[in-house]
Ligand binder design. Sequence first.
Ligand SMILES: C[S@@+](CC[C@H](N)C(=O)[O-])C[C@H]1O[C@@H](n2cnc3c(N)ncnc32)[C@H](O)[C@@H]1O
Ligand SMILES: [Zn+2]
Length: 1012
Amino acid sequence: MIPKECKRLAEVDFPVAEVSKHAAREKSIRHAHPSTLHLWWARRPLASSRAVLLALLWPDPCDPRCPEAFKAEARRRLPGVSINPGMTNEELRRALLRFIADFANWDVASHPAYLDVSRALVKVAHASVEGAPYEAPLVVDPFAGGGSIPLEALRVGCEAFASDLNPVACLILKVLLEDIPRHGPELAEDLRRLGAEITREVRAESSELYPKDNDGATPIAYIWARTVRCESPRCGAEIPLARSYWLCKKASRRRALRHRVVRAAGKLPQVEFEVFEPNAEEDVPGGTVTRAKATCLCCGTVLPPERVRTQLAAERGGADAVFDVQGQRVGGARMLAVVSLREGETGRHYRLPTERDYAAVRLAHDRVAAMLDEWERRGKQGLCPVPDESLPPIGTLGFRVQRYGMLRWGDLFTSRQKLALGGLGRAIARCGSPDAQEALGLVLGGVVDRNAVLATWRPQADQEKVEHVFARQALSMSWDFAEAVPTSQSTGSWDDRVRETSRTIEAFSLWNRDLALHGEVQEADAAEHPLPDETARVWFSDPPYYDAVPYADLADFFFVWLKRALPSAPLLRDPFDLSNPLTPKTREAVQDETKKDDGRPKDRAWFEGTMAKAFAEGRRVLHPDGVGSVVFAHKTTEGWEALLSGMIRGGWTITGSWPIATEMGSRLRARDSAALATSVHLICRPRPDDAGTGDWAGALRELPDRVGAWMDRLQGEGVRGADLVFACIGPALEIFSRFNRVETADGREVPLGEYLQKVWEVVGRAALAQVLGGAGANSRNGAAGTVEEDGRLTALFLWTLQSTDMDGGESAGAEVEDEGLADDDDDDDAPKRKVKGFILVYDVVRRFAQPLGIDLPAWEGRVIETKKGVVRLLPIAERAEQLFGEEGAQAVAARLEDETHVGPDALQGLLFPEIAAAPAIRGRRRGRTRNGAADVPDDAFAARREATTLDRIHAAMLLQAAGRTNGLRALLQAEQERGPDFLRLANALSALYPRGCEEKRLLDAMLVAVAR
Ligand SMILES: C[S@@+](CC[C@H](N)C(=O)[O-])C[C@H]1O[C@@H](n2cnc3c(N)ncnc32)[C@H](O)[C@@H]1O
Ligand SMILES: [Zn+2]
């Protein structure tokens, strides 16, 4: 047993860079990865979970209290995986970290040699006192979700207790942690056998619903477009809504649709399609709908978003075709194309729909109607055979479909899909074994994700297929959609999911086989944890974060089908409200004011209070000798403050923090700019009750060195920008959270917020010192020979923007081109203004600016622009007029070129007519709006503004852009006479701009001109 005082590895060191690399890579692994069992949102990579777990479980060999037996066993075992344990304790520590880094690689995660070493060392570290039987350490995760953490706990030989409030998560956890470890490969076999039985059953029931083609080809997907009617009085044609007419982009088999308009006397004009082979991208007509505006193909009239919405809402989203009594399709969704496969061929065929295809759809409508009639005749006993539960109200986070009339969960499925999913569900419900039933439930979830009217056709060259609904973490509108054939063998089919799931189960039984352990899963509220006091050895969790993911609302998408397929599964009821037809909402830890707990809207404070309770519960169930870890991946600093203070009040001491990259190079929504590429893993210990009171002055003295050393270390590992900032909170908190409270000399208790403000200041200063040298960091007011406020602001901004980049690839920075960015199918009515520039969350910018004497409002409109909580660094192009006036760079350059020699003083007037003419400091006035706190003396307004070093650099860049080499040369010469600031700042900025961006190119070209 490791003595309580002995440090764990995670408290002294961690292979950040290597584990990050493996964690980011893991996202691209699709086959036999446990995440393929069933979708869950925001899963943690297994790589980082595994690595952190080992570092929590293993003692640091350099600690004098480290058990000798552990060191001896490590020395004996490590050579088995080609790691030299060395002679000294330091070498052994490095060797253990090497192992942790290597083992984070998915390719060796089930390698017996690695498994043996990890388990043997966990065992020797946690062996009980002489004689007593060994008890594997218990790892507890109260927000277990898709189960990455408890799964890895089992892998390294621990016991795991996993709970989550959501029954869909619990179903995943149960299969993952209980069923698979218990039954191993037999479960895969059962699944295959039962899966095949179900296929037979369902095929027999539904053969007429998915008819084969006359030439023997089998349809595998139907591509549909919702439709609206043109409202031009002279037209009235049907408008098929489609984003794109591409069917297949494979070079050898390009296919797309094109249309022609057919006009016949006395009839409405009509659109007819044909499948053709385009030679180039331009041959394919553009879609008919962008941002909910529909363009008529017959007359060109544009139908505005409100009308599109109203028309679709009248048909509950319009995903079902509408037929008249003769069986003619008269509206609703229109089938655009049918994708089929021929026996013995792999390529897909694309054809237009036929009468037969529509006849099958009509049949599906009739069957659903009959089913509902029957249910009503029997007095609506039991569940409605199609999901009639309501969607959450309009405005619910992540939901964009209600305004199109999709108000019940059933509206997200065509009639044929309802029949198919319902049929699969009933077949599952009939089958005998409860464990296999749970696994079948997961298979069903995979089918549901690919058989809904929000699933689209993906024509991409790598593989054309039906894209699943949750390719995004939201339910957003799709105009055209693909209806898979669940009885086929292709993507989205039952057989396909059975194959994938059983393969995953098998792969995983490999490492599970010789393990007597399995996890325990319980549906529970983390704020009221079911375990008794002091039972866990490790408390490791990845909690939900404010309004980031509406888990419970999203999970209902699956839940409505699962509860019908698994009526007796104990995990599928809301234990807190048996009348609730959907997944538990009341106790879900989420910030969503449309929801209430005990009459109180679930606002920010409610969320924070709930998290504080969960942290306190964690402290309660953890053994006093145990260790904890919490994963945070957050973009604003406000959130940190409240959550951390909840942790500290809950009785925890922070003893370490490791930023691990989990995303790489992903484009982020503008709103999520400066979203972190890393998740910080905080390491924590239960704080002893007698931790006492700390001294504020002492804490402040300790802070700069601690943070400085930490920054150096992490930068060496490739951690950059905002990631680095957040990662510094850990070591800073180590100082603060050691004590029950921290007090000033006169006995005032210092709140965490005040301390964190100091932390920001220290981090910001260190950053500035690094990029600008002493000049930037020490000056508060831009005295002579130093860099002024705007230069510091720009440098800090760009510094914060730098992205953690483990592979040295393209820097991701948050450069935006369009505010609406990701939501291409979306219907935000406001026209999207094109904006350019780099953006950061206001909250982050403010934290730095204030303590470093940068008055943000003063630079509003001049260097930055703040809107909706996001700060944008103005691109130099947008500063041109401000700097050069209306006459522009060309005129200014011409004037410069006329002079034979320009001294620094003359330069000001020549360069900046606009600034020189300004009666006051423009930005200060304009910017005083935000908090009105621009503490500039009034007479400052009377003063003319001097062009700053940044202004002059930007001017030089603009001249460079305008190709005015001579003007630029004159300017640079004057700058050299003036002093070193210009070059110093220019070089600093050049190092900070993301690679490949236009401004860096200009700046570097300008710097080359200087060197000449
Ligand atoms: C960030 S996710 C966990 C993801 C997980 N680590 C994984 O790798 O898949 C947070 C989880 O907390 C759950 N949750 C939210 N409120 C809860 C509560 N009050 N009690 C327990 N779990 C809750 C959500 O259902 C969600 O699964
Ligand atoms: Zn028209």
